[in-house]
Design a protein around this ligand. Structure first.
Ligand code: PLP
Length: 404
C-alpha cells in the first residue's frame, strides 16, 4: 500500500493546475517593496494611489473614527445582512451620488458592493447575464483593472482614444470619432470625474455631446465614479454623470467610497442600474442579488455601516465634508505648484483628482528612481498627493532633463 502511495506522489503525472500560466507580479506592489527598501531619507513616493496628507500619511478620517466609536458602542448585532448589503447605506448615499431628484427615480435600483471593483464586476456580470453580445468600450489609457474585470465577465472589450499624451490633454475628438462606430447596445465605460491615470475629464459641454451621441445611437454608459469630491466638489464631480443619466434610458454606475471616505481596505461601494422602464427594475434587482450571492454572498458591513452613520448624522456629515474639502484643496494647491514649476507641466493645473501622467518614457521613470529615489508607476503616472510643498522643487529638478 505504501509503495502504491509513494508511486502516486513521486511521479509527476499531469495535475489539475498544470495549464495555469505564471502571472507577472503586481507592478505597483513591487514598487512599494522597492520604495520601502530604499534607505535614502529624501526618497519620494508618487506611486501608490492613495491620498496622502502634508505629513505623507493616509490617516483615518475624523468622521470615520467617530462613526466607528458609535458602531462599537451601539451596534446591536453582527447577524447576516442580505446580498443587497445595508439598504439604508445605499439609500443615503444615493442622495450624494445621484442628487435629490434622481435618487427618487423609480427607474434606478442600487445595491451595496465590495468597493468600486465589486460594483464594476457586478455590473459586468449583469450585462453578461442579460446576454450582451456587443462591445464594452474603454478609453486608453485607463485604470489597469477595467479591461480584466469586463473580460472576466466574458464580455468583449474594445478600446477608444482618450488622452493625447504628446500634448497632455483629452483627445475628445478622437474619442467621439471612434465611438461613432459603436453599435446600438454597446457599452462605454466613462470615468465620472478625476480620471485615473490622466486627471483629464470632460467639461459639462463635452458631457452633453456624449449624452446626445449615446442617446441617438443607443449606447449604454457605464460610469465609474471612484473619486467624487476629490475634483471640484461633491456636486460638481457628479454633474456630468447626472446629465448623462437624464439623457439616456439605460445606464450603470459603479461607485467607490474607498477614496472619498478613506476607507480603502474596508471595501465600500455601490452599483446603481438605470432601466428604460420601471416594469423591469425589480427583475434587474433580483438578478443583481442572485449574482451577488454567487460572487460574494453579501458585501462586508463595517465600512458601509460607518458611511451610513456619517450620512445619518448632520454633525458627522459636516465633519466628513470638511475633511474632504481639505483633501481637495491640498491636491489643488499641489497641482498649481507643480504646473507653475515647469511650462511642460502646465496642463496639470487644469486636471483633477489624485493622478497625472508625466510626459516621459519608461527610461526616465527608471532613471528618476535610481538616481533620485523618486518612485512612480512605469507608465509615468504620478499620485499628486504623494508630493509635499517642499518636495516639489527637487521633484521637478529631477524630472526637468527628461521634459522636451
Ligand atoms: C478608476 C477607478 N475605478 C475603480 C476603482 C476601484 O475602487 P475600490 O478600491 O473601491 O475597489 C479604482 C481604484 O483605484 C479606480 O481608480
Amino acid at each position: 500500500m505504501i509503495d502504491v502511495l509513494e508511486k502516486t506522489f513521486s511521479a509527476t503525472p499531469p495535475t489539475m493546475f498544470d495549464a495555469l500560466e505564471p502571472q507577472p507580479a503586481d507592478a505597483l506592489l513591487a514598487l512599494i517593496g522597492l520604495h520601502r527598501a530604499d534607505p535614502r531619507p529624501d526618497k519620494i513616493d508618487v506611486g501608490v494611489g492613495v491620498y496622502r496628507d502634508a505629513a505623507g500619511a493616509t490617516p483615518v478620517f475624523g468622521a470615520v473614527k467617530a462613526a466607528e466609536a458609535l458602531l462599537v458602542r451601539d451596534q446591536p448585532t453582527k447577524a447576516y445582512l442580505g446580498a443587497e448589503g445595508d439598504a439604508r447605506f445605499t439609500e443615503l448615499l444615493s442622495k450624494i451620488v445621484l442628487g435629490p431628484v434622481l435618487a427618487r427615480s423609480d427607474r434606478l435600483t442600487g445595491v451595496q458592493t465590495p468597493g468600486g471593483t465589486g460594483a464594476l464586476r457586478l455590473g459586468a456580470e449583469l450585462l453578461a447575464r442579460a446576454g450582451m453580445t456587443g462591445r464594452v468600450w474603454i478609453g486608453a489609457p485607463t485604470w489597469p483593472n477595467h479591461a480584466p474585470i469586463f473580460a472576466a465577465a466574458r464580455l468583449t472589450v474594445a478600446s477608444h482614444p482618450y488622452y493625447d499624451a504628446a500634448n497632455s490633454h483629452l483627445d475628445f475628438d478622437g474619442m467621439v470619432e471612434a465611438l461613432r462606430s459603436a453599435a446600438r447596445g454597446d457599452v462605454v465605460l466613462l470615468h465620472g470625474c478625476c480620471h485615473n491615470p490622466t486627471g483629464t475629464g470632460f467639461s459639462i459641454e463635452q458631457w452633453a455631446v456624449l449624452a446626445q451621441l449615446f442617446a441617438e445611437r443607443g449606447i449604454v454608459p457605464f460610469i465609474d465614479l471612484a473619486y467624487q469630491g476629490l475634483g471640484d466638489g461633491l456636486e460638481q464631480d457628479a454633474a456630468g454623470m447626472r446629465l448623462m443619466l437624464d439623457a439616456v434610458p439605460q445606464a450603470l454606475i459603479a461607485y467607490s467610497c474607498d477614496k472619498n471616505f478613506g476607507l480603502y481596505r474596508e471595501r465600500v461601494g455601490a452599483l446603481w442600474v438605470q432601466a428604460a422602464a420601471t416594469a423591469i427594475v425589480s427583475t434587474i434587482r433580483d438578478n443583481l442579488l442572485v449574482l451577488a450571492r454567487s460572487l460574494w454572498s453579501m458585501p462586508p458591513d463595517h465600512g458601509a455601516a460607518v458611511v451610513r452613520l456619517i450620512l445619518e448624522d448632520p454633525g458627522l456629515s459636516d465633519l466628513w465634508r470638511a475633511e474632504l474639502d481639505e483633501m481637495r484643496t491640498r491636491i489643488g494647491q499641489l497641482r498649481s505648484a507643480l504646473a507653475a514649476a515647469h511650462p511642460r507641466l502646465g496642463p496639470i493645473a487644469g486636471q483633477r483628482g489624485l493622478f497625472a501622467m508625466l510626459p516621459i518614457d519608461r527610461n526616465a521613470v527608471d532613471a528618476m528612481r535610481e538616481r533620485d529615489g523618486i518612485y512612480m508607476a512605469g507608465s509615468g503616472r504620478i499620485n499628486i498627493a504623494g508630493l509635499k510643498t517642499d518636495t516639489i522643487i527637487p521633484f521637478v529638478e529631477s524630472l526637468t532633463p527628461f521634459l522636451g
